[in-house]
Design a protein around this ligand. Structure first.
Ligand SMILES: NC(=O)c1ccc[n+]([C@@H]2O[C@H](COP(=O)([O-])OP(=O)(O)OC[C@H]3O[C@@H](n4cnc5c(N)ncnc54)[C@H](O)[C@@H]3O)[C@@H](O)[C@H]2O)c1
Length: 256
């Protein structure tokens, strides 16, 4: 591990949705890997606490707001003026089938997960390009590969991430910017929690249908994000990279 521990030395990174969950873990691990990291979130108190613990900076950012994006990129890039890594991790999920789904809630999910990622790419790419290039990692989901009962907006937003990722990869290749998406399996975070659940309930609900038989640890997904953001992934762009325990491969043998 010692050999790998400084894989992001000298890199400047901005991670959204970093007050908790996967985003906070990505920040922690990027800081350990030697990067200068700014954690961004609309949750300020929790964000400051998580960033401070990780040895990172914090900036308030609602990813749906283009002006806040400009300020967040400027903050993350100070004082050297360069930005090497952007992780578009902020996301929300709403559960309601199409016929019960409030259009305002549908729009909010698309606005946060998809438009928020678009605004991030738009805000960060010029600074990255000016520094000779960089890496953008967007958060996808298994819901971006199939329909998802009860999550019309979430599924649609994550399908959209795949189109946006590919288009950005094509448009930004000449600027030396690589753009990829990471597809995590189910993680034990606030997003997947249901009222009254214990740890075992998560595994019963999500773990059983996974070929590897369990949910993902935050680190197992964060490390894939780190790898794609690092120079080790220098020939990777426009792809979806899974850390999903085999979920995308099909139905586990035990279920046949
Ligand atoms: N949890 C899972 O099982 C799972 C699976 C696949 C993909 N993902 C994706 O991983 C990412 C992180 O999910 P998580 O499980 O850590 O969720 P989480 O709810 O624990 O954390 C999401 C963070 O995003 C922030 N956020 C929400 N809206 C925002 C906005 N408008 N501006 C700025 N920040 C905002 C929240 O404040 C929160 O800190 C999401 O994109 C999610 O879709 C999660």
């Amino acid at each position: 591990m010692a050999k790998m521990s400084k894989e992001l030395e000298g890199k400047v990174a901005l991670v959204t949705g970093a007050a908790r969950g996967l985003g906070a873990e990505i920040v922690r691990r990027m800081a350990v890997a030697g990067a200068q990291v700014t954690a961004a979130d609309k949750r300020v108190d929790q964000g400051v606490e998580a960033a401070t613990e990780a040895g990172a900076h914090f900036v308030e950012l609602d990813v749906t707001d283009a002006e806040q994006w400009t300020a967040a990129v400027d903050f993350a890039a100070a004082p050297g003026g360069r930005l090497d890594i952007l992780v578009n991790n902020a996301g929300i999920m709403r559960v309601a089938p199409i016929l019960d789904c409030d259009p305002a809630e549908f729009r909010k999910v698309i606005e946060t997960n998809l438009v928020g990622t678009f605004l991030g790419i738009q805000a960060a790419a010029p600074t990255m390009a000016a520094g000779g290039g960089g890496a953008i990692v967007n958060l996808g989901s298994p819901s971006g590969f199939e329909g998802t009962v009860g999550m019309p907006a979430y599924s649609t937003s994550k399908w959209g991430i795949r189109g946006l990722t590919r288009t950005a990869a094509l448009e930004l290749a000449d600027s030396g910017i690589r753009v990829n998406s990471v597809v995590p399996g189910a993680l034990r975070t606030a997003m997947t929690r249901r009222p009254g659940w214990e740890d075992d309930d998560y595994e019963r609900h999500y773990g059983a249908t996974v070929p590897l038989g369990r949910m993902a640890e935050l680190a197992e997904v964060a490390d894939l994000v780190l790898w794609l953001a690092s120079d080790q992934a220098s020939y990777c762009t426009g792809g979806d990279y899974s850390a999903d325990g085999g979920l995308g491969a099909g139905t586990p043998a035990a279920h046949h």
